[in-house]
Unconditional design. Structure first.
Length: 169
């Protein structure tokens, strides 16, 4: 019932699913002017993609804040789940293929941040498990005084951790 929720409903009703990204190209002006339009052509080859770039017609001067920087706004017309799962890796692969040194490309968007948060969460959990398992095993051996008795709660704990990791993923 908030203004933000009503705004999102209006946006979705008129424009459908949307997953916006912003790409910043940095490097020598001449290299950006060669690689940028090639990137735009590659992105526009996808039917469910809209772009806005400094190489478009109209009032797009602010997308080129300086000769060594260019901003590209890209909207993939997919829902958030698909954007996090499929679009972010697709965009990363496209940038790797199309942008070469001395130009650097940095992309961001809600889906990119969501995917990065998820990946970091899973990586942190794995690191924590690797640290905790030896200590837990020692404590269980001291409490139960039998490797078989200590293995039972360890196996149940490992199953619970793996199940929760699956839920997070």
């Amino acid at each position: 019932g908030t203004e933000s929720a009503r705004g999102n409903e209006l946006l979705e009703r008129h424009f459908g699913d949307t997953a916006p990204f912003v790409i910043l190209l940095q490097g020598p002006a001449a290299a950006i002017d060669v690689q940028g339009p090639g990137l735009i052509r590659a992105l526009r080859a996808e039917p469910a993609v809209s772009t806005l770039s400094p190489w478009d017609r109209g009032s797009v001067g602010r997308l080129r804040p300086g000769p060594r920087k260019a901003l590209i706004v890209v909207d993939f017309h997919v829902d958030e789940e698909e954007a996090v799962r499929d679009t972010v890796p697709y965009l990363e692969r496209t940038l790797e293929r199309r942008i070469e040194p001395p130009v650097r490309a940095t992309q961001t968007g809600f889906a990119s941040l969501s995917r990065a948060t998820l990946e970091e969460s899973v990586d942190s959990t794995e690191r924590a498990e690797l640290i905790a398992i030896p200590f837990l095993l020692i404590v269980l051996l001291l409490v139960f005084r039998s490797p078989i008795a200590a293995a039972i709660p360890l196996l149940f704990g490992a199953a619970a951790v793996n199940a929760s990791r699956g839920l997070v993923s």
